[in-house]
Design a protein. Structure first.
Length: 202
């Protein structure tokens, strides 16, 4: 699954009178709902969606009928069949989605974290890819983020400690390990301070 995309299972009561599905926002959804809308009467062969939201999160349910949804985060892309009214899917901000193959009589119910804002959409894949690239450039990893992302290989950087201070060009970390911001140095000392080319080990 693309990053942040998850399947949702809501509660249901079934008896001889039929089926009742329900959810509570605080329990079933990872965001506060600010808008709801539904899609119906989609002609055969037509698609819906075909965009990404930059800041809005959505949860989508097939309350009647069925459809398929393509979800893509720029690295992982997959198509999910939606056919049960008690099962939905979350679409986080930044994920491209497109709905297709609607069965006759399908009703698609959508819950959104924000009110409608036309400027918050990427309406073409080109604009979406460009926006993702800009976000990645703007989100340069910090020292701690590099630690979290480093892979298990010879160049792995470890940080062990509860205290980290970064100010200007100075990096001060306590306990077992240190990741230096400029050269990504992994050191085993009780205390390290670095400013410019000065290095003092405690």
């Amino acid at each position: 699954m693309p990053l942040g995309v998850k399947m949702l299972q809501v509660a249901q009561n079934v008896d001889e009178r039929g089926q009742l599905c329900f959810m509570e926002v605080a329990t079933h959804l990872p965001f506060e709902v600010r808008r709801v809308f539904w899609i119906s009467g989609v002609p055969a062969g037509k698609t819906r969606g075909g965009h990404a939201h930059w800041t809005c999160h959505e949860a989508i349910f097939p309350v009647a009928g069925s459809f398929e949804i393509e979800v893509d985060d720029g690295e992982v892309c997959c198509t999910v069949a939606m056919a049960h009214p008690w099962e939905g899917i979350t679409i986080p901000a930044g994920v491209w989605c497109e709905l297709r193959n609607f069965a006759p009589g399908t009703v698609c119910f959508v819950l959104a974290s924000e009110a409608y804002d036309a400027s918050g959409y990427a309406l073409t894949r080109e604009a979406w890819h460009q926006g993702l690239a800009e976000l990645k450039r703007a989100d340069a990893p910090s020292c701690l983020e590099r630690k979290a992302r480093c892979e298990k290989n010879d160049d792995e950087v470890h940080i062990k400690g509860d205290e980290v201070h970064i100010k200007g060009d100075e990096v001060h970390m306590r306990d077992d390990g240190v990741c230096m911001r400029d050269d990504e140095v992994c050191m085993r000392d009780d205390e390290v301070r670095m400013k410019g080319d000065d290095e003092v080990r405690g």
